[in-house]
Design a protein around this ligand. Structure first.
Ligand code: KG4
Ligand code: ZN
Length: 352
């Protein structure tokens, strides 16, 4: 069989699809992580009146938006379907009805084009995203994933060599932001809103608990934080609350940031590694980036933060993970594979 056309000597080209929650995303990634297109159609406006993601609305919107998003990604990359070498799509974790749209579309494209298909774990996409475009690629680090659905610390020794150090026992960091913001009457999703207001407030104005910060392990708990905010707001008049909105945001945010920073340092020390990666939507938070940068400088730790376009849900991180697996000679996924809303991050401890 003749070789597929390649973009010069630069390597394979992947088309990746990501529809695990409420972003419809398609990306084209080349070689060792050159992002040629990274298109995301956000559903925020659709879900905002409901104060959170409504699964059926999300999947129907994915169904409408996915093919236009794919066309846009190909156009931005200057490619047609014939110029692709592999197809990737998220297989989980996420909302079942959302995952099914991108996953089925990915498998269909792979079958029609006769290309290998790679089903990718959304968490592995986040975990590897700070390495996109980094010379040298994936290397041993502690990975902190902070998103709307997950908060976890992972010992990353190489591609597929992941050991879960600890995770949240209840709410994820992004959920803590979103639920706290909701209590304050801020629009969904609350994380970016709180970030913006918090920049103008005093982080020491109010005291919030730093749950599990000295627990001696790598687990988190954020559910008590929103409860303490609720109790505090019950004591404030609406006028006082309005007058202290920026201080409330800054102080609430400071509690999340301090816990994440100290736990990340604890994990780096416990593993003896000297590198920390941070990914997921909450890694866009300006106070968190500032705090982690200062801590890593002080402690002599190399810090790799996911780029802004790669931090929140996107398909470029899925394409990057697929390319690494393909180049490492890992087998493609069966086209008969199913999605898994609870897919765990593969823990290949034997390879550590
Ligand atoms: O990674 P992501 O896009 O989706 C999940 O996989 O969950 O993360 C979304 C989460 C939301 O909770 C959102 O409020 C939060 O990331 N987020 C932020 C910021 N930008 C997004 N939280 C705090 N500060 C931000 N600037
Ligand atoms: Zn995510």
């Amino acid at each position: 069989m003749p070789e597929r056309p390649r973009r010069g000597e630069q390597g394979e080209v992947v088309l990746a699809l990501e529809t695990s929650c409420d972003e419809t995303a398609a990306a084209v990634v080349l070689g060792e992580g050159e992002v040629l297109a990274n298109v995301v159609a956000s559903q925020i406006a659709l879900h905002r009146p409901h104060g959170g993601v409504v699964p059926e609305l999300a999947s129907r919107e994915h169904n409408l938006a996915l093919m236009p998003v794919v066309s846009q990604a190909l156009a931005e990359a200057g490619l047609e379907l014939g110029g692709l070498d592999l197809i990737a799509a998220t297989a989980g974790p996420g909302l079942a009805s959302s995952l099914l749209i991108g996953n089925t579309a990915g498998k269909t494209l792979a079958l029609a084009l006769g290309l290998p298909f790679f089903a990718i774990n959304h968490l592995e996409g986040h975990l590897l995203s700070p390495f996109v475009g980094q010379p040298g690629g994936v290397r041993p680090c502690v990975g902190l994933i902070v998103s709307g659905g997950h908060t976890m610390l992972i010992e990353l020794r190489g591609l597929g060599g992941y050991r879960l150090l600890g995770a949240t026992r209840d709410d994820a960091a992004g959920e803590a932001f979103d639920k706290g913001a909701k209590l304050l009457g801020l629009p969904y999703p609350g994380g970016p809103e709180m970030d913006q207001r918090g920049r103008q407030g005093d982080p020491a104005a109010f005291e919030f608990p730093r749950s599990m910060v000295d627990s001696g392990d790598h687990a988190f708990s954020f559910s008590g934080l929103k409860t303490s905010l609720r109790y505090l707001l019950e004591k404030l008049t609406p006028e006082d609350q309005a007058a202290s909105e920026n201080d409330l945001c800054a102080s609430y945010q400071a509690a999340i940031v301090e816990v994440l920073t100290r736990k990340a340092l604890g994990a780096v020390r416990a593993t003896g590694l000297t590198c920390l990666t941070v990914s997921g939507g909450v890694s866009r938070n300006s106070a968190l980036r500032h705090s982690l940068t200062a801590m890593c400088q002080r402690e002599g730790i190399e810090l790799l933060l996911a780029g802004a376009d790669l931090a929140t849900d996107n398909a470029a991180m899925i394409g990057y993970a697929a390319l690494l697996k393909y180049r490492a000679g890992q087998p493609q996924s069966e086209l008969s594979m199913d999605i898994d809303p609870n897919l765990p991050l593969a823990l290949s401890e034997a390879r550590l």
